[in-house]
Design a protein around this ligand. Structure first.
Ligand code: FES
Length: 115
C-alpha cells in the first residue's frame, strides 16, 4: 500500500474522471480504474481519493461515515485518513492507497502512479 499523494509530479499520470459539476460538496464518486476500486470525496471543496477497499477484510469502504478527515469502515469500524490513506484505528492495521486529485479546466483529474 502506498500514499501516492507524496510522489513527485513526474511519477504521476493524471486522468480526467468527471466534470467538477458531477461531484458537489459532500458527495462521493466511485470509480473502477485498472481493477482498482477508488472513491473520490469532495470534502468542503477539497478533493481526496482513496481505495474503496478496507484492508481489514476487503470490505467496501467508500460509503463509510466521515469524521473530519477520517473515513470509518461500515463493517467493523476501522478508520483511515483520507488525506494519506493511513490507518488510524483497528481492526485494520494496513494503510490504503491514497491518490492525488486536481482540478483542470473544470474537470476532476485523478493521479495514478506511472507504470
Ligand atoms: S472490513 Fe473494514 S473494519 Fe473490517
Amino acid at each position: 500500500m502506498y500514499n501516492y499523494v507524496t510522489l513527485p509530479p513526474e511519477q504521476i499520470e493524471y486522468t480526467e474522471v468527471a466534470s467538477k459539476d458531477d461531484l458537489p460538496v459532500g458527495e462521493r464518486l466511485f470509480l473502477e480504474i485498472d481493477a482498482n476500486n477508488i472513491v473520490i470525496i469532495n470534502l468542503a471543496g477539497h478533493y481526496f481519493a482513496v481505495n474503496d477497499v478496507c484492508t481489514h477484510d476487503d470490505g467496501p469502504l467508500g460509503d463509510g461515515e466521515l469524521d473530519g478527515y477520517e473515513i470509518v469502515c461500515p463493517r467493523h469500524g476501522a478508520r483511515f485518513d483520507i488525506r494519506s490513506g493511513k490507518v488510524t484505528a483497528l481492526p485494520a492495521v494496513v494503510d490504503i492507497p491514497a491518490y492525488p486529485v486536481r482540478i483542470s479546466n473544470g474537470m476532476i483529474e485523478l493521479g495514478l502512479p506511472r507504470q
